[in-house]
Design a binder for this molecule. Sequence first.
Ligand code: ITT
Ligand code: NA
Length: 197
Amino acid sequence: EQIVVATKNAGKVAEFKLALQNLPYTVISLTDLGNYPEAPENGVTFMENACAKAEYYARLTGLLCMADDSGLEVDYLKGEPGVYSARYAGEYASDADNNKKLLDNLIGVPAEKRTGRFRCVLALANQEQTLLTAEGTVEGIILAEARGEKGFGYDPLFQVPELGRTLAEISAEEKNSISHRGRALSSLTNQLAELGK
Ligand code: ITT
Ligand code: NA
């Protein structure tokens, strides 16, 4: 059976393909299927957005779709940018623009107050409904300057205390083994395996 990874974010696609390569499903990405429109994203929670995206693309493609809604919650900023992480610095903001805005909003804030987490909600849907959901988080510290070239988004600013490294300084395999997305994925694939029994 096929599962479509229903995201337009190339960074997410790479992590999904790596994590799902041993699954008894053929994983294809939305971009492999053609030029689909952007899903509407009006929810105020990751859960609402993940389910809406999965159902939207399942209806358009007629295939089983998995969607990811994720973002960075910074405690000092009362949980921002949260569900607005992709468009923190504006509708068409680049990762660099968003990272700059985050750094600007934390100028002068000491390390011990720069705590936060990445959160990921995954939803798997068919044409009728959402079938499964899963959530994952990873705790970290927002650095005052970027470190590392790997990953995407806010990764160069996000240090994992246990590693003493940012998510942009570790391999995609290592990131998947500890990240919000990796954790949500292992929960979702466990649920899928249970369904299959
Ligand atoms: P799709 O809706 O097409 O999946 P998107 O990038 O718009 O793509 P989101 O609305 O879920 O997806 O936004 C998530 C944003 O949160 C993403 O653009 C990054 O800025 C940030 N983010 C999520 N996971 C991340 C990760 O693993 N590393 C760094 N930044 C991440
Ligand atoms: Na979002």
